[in-house]
Design a protein around this ligand. Structure first.
Ligand code: NDP
Length: 445
């Protein structure tokens, strides 16, 4: 049994109910086999045993009062996964599916993603099973304030710096930062990223993940002598990542022919007018179903999973974990897809990934392709430390450069180990090497 197999066996034995965490850990550790084999000193140092175990997990109750005066209680979590290369950094997610398994998988992924950005950020993730969707503005504010009453004690510019994720945008960050400030009695701008511009946010942060995804796609296509221009693209998820990916795709000369949200997907073979869809989704009140009802030029199908049946050149899953399964991957391949880049975290199931790799489809895993968001969060931290604001052009130019660097370091790591353009192997190895080096340097702690 190899060292990696021993660790995986231990993880499965100890965490039998954490399906998402086991899925992510298996994907990561399996991809690391070639580099682990070359570094036998890691086993002696118990490196993988330490890497797979979060440094700290905090669970807490979040009581709040709804508009009808009833007491509600949600679960709150913070997973501080790995601080070997910097303060814990990752998003907060508010969604009914949030549990420890989901946050541990996201924290582990985040650790490698943050390392890939080449900025000094460790990995973490937090959130709650609270569902902001059917709540009033006042309820969301009360929830965020209660959540922060516990979370604030764990935050710090040099220890834990959260951002947004599913269900947490600038509005929620604003409410949480306001409460943090009151509790601490101090304006520590650097404890949150994804803030509004007026109180220390970075220009370009809302667009960063989606734009970064397109920069990565451009680089990956270029390796095969292709470009984004003229490609037919389908995008799942019409939230922060999906909408900005669509916007950038159009500006690069591609045609976005389909997009989905949780209500279904819209399709127009001549291209969707992304600028008209955007207000429907950014207000967080209306859906693609509402857009389709007002725009008969698009077809609407009330099942988002069916979107993968549409023939296209490029697919960008930007919604949520495990949204793209093996049958969907096969449908995409039948439809002529040449590249799949993950805007979401772990949207493709292991069998779907296997299918893409077997068929030599360009496949870019989320930890590399969607790293633009956390990269600009890192730039927001730098601006906060300097007490300066950079222009949007400056931020986006730095983002583009970071995405090119991430792409190239994944490619070189894959090539060095004999895996050609395999971004799954490349991203995991390139991300892990820096973390491993720092963990070896700090000794057993
Ligand atoms: P949002 O909450 O802004 O948007 C999520 C979108 O996905 C919504 O449009 C939602 O629809 C849709 N959706 C949910 N489930 C499905 C489904 N089964 N099929 C199709 N669409 C669905 O989240 P983000 O855009 O911020 O995040 C999306 C993903 O990207 C997550 O995996 C996140 O972890 C990852 N990510 C986000 C980053 C960021 O900067 N925000 C950074 C890196 C990764 P509806 O509106 O109807 O609910």
């Amino acid at each position: 049994m190899t060292y990696v197999q021993k660790i995986l066996e231990k993880l499965h034995r100890e965490n039998p109910h954490e399906a998402e965490f086991l899925q992510a850990a298996t994907g990561i550790l399996t991809a690391l086999e070639p580099v682990v084999e070359r570094n036998p000193q890691w086993e002696e140092a118990g490196l993988l045993e330490r890497f797979v175990e979060p440094e700290r997990i905090i669970c807490f109750r979040v009581p709040w009062v709804d508009d009808a005066g009833r007491v509600q209680v949600n679960k709150g979590y913070l997973v501080q996964f790995n601080s070997a290369i910097g303060p814990y950094k990752g998003g907060l997610r508010f969604h009914p599916s949030v549990n420890l398994s989901v946050l541990k998988f996201l924290g582990m992924e985040q650790t490698l993603k943050n390392s890939l950005t080449s900025l000094p950020m460790g990995g973490g993730k937090g959130g709650s099973d609270f569902d902001p969707k059917d709540k009033s503005e006042a309820e969301i504010m009360r929830f965020c304030q209660s959540f922060m009453c516990e979370l604030y004690r764990h935050l710090g510019e040099n220890s834990e710096v959260p951002a947004g994720d599913i269900g947490v945008g600038a509005r929620e960050i604003g409410y949480m930062f306001g409460m943090y400030k009151r509790l601490k009695g101090s304006f520590d701008a650097g404890v949150f990223t994804g803030k509004g511009y007026s109180y220390g946010g970075s220009l370009g942060r809302p667009e960063a993940t989606g734009y970064g995804l397109l920069f990565f796609l451009r680089e990956a296509l270029a390796v095969r002598g292709e470009s984004v221009r003229g490609k037919k693209i389908i995008i799942s998820g019409a939230g922060n990542v999906g909408i900005h990916a669509a916007e950038k795709a159009v500006s690069m000369g591609a045609t976005v022919i389909a997009m989905s949200d949780s209500t279904g997907y819209i399709y127009n073979p001549n291209g969707i007018e992304v600028d008209k869809v955007k207000p429907y989704k950014m207000n967080r009140k209306t859906s693609l179903a509402d857009y389709a009802a007002a725009n008969p030029s698009v077809q609407f199908v009330p099942d988002p999973r069916q979107m993968w049946q549409i023939p296209c050149d490029v697919a960008l899953p930007c919604a949520t974990q495990n949204e793209l399964d093996e049958a969907s991957a096969e449908a995409l391949i039948r439809g002529g897809v040449m590249a799949v880049c993950e805007g979401a975290n772990m949207p493709s199931t292991p069998k779907a990934i296997e299918c893409f790799r077997r068929n030599k489809i360009i496949f870019a895993p989320g930890k590399a392709a969607n790293a633009g968001g956390v990269a600009v969060s890192g730039l927001e931290m730098s601006q906060n430390s300097q007490r300066l604001h950079w222009t949007k052009e400056e931020v986006l130019a730095k983002l583009e450069q970071i995405m090119i660097t991430i792409h190239n370091s994944c490619l070189s790591a894959a090539e060095e180990y004999g895996y050609g353009q395999d971004y799954v192997i490349g991203a995991n190895i390139a991300g892990f090497l820096k973390v491993a080096d720092a963990m070896m340097a700090e000794g057993v702690c």
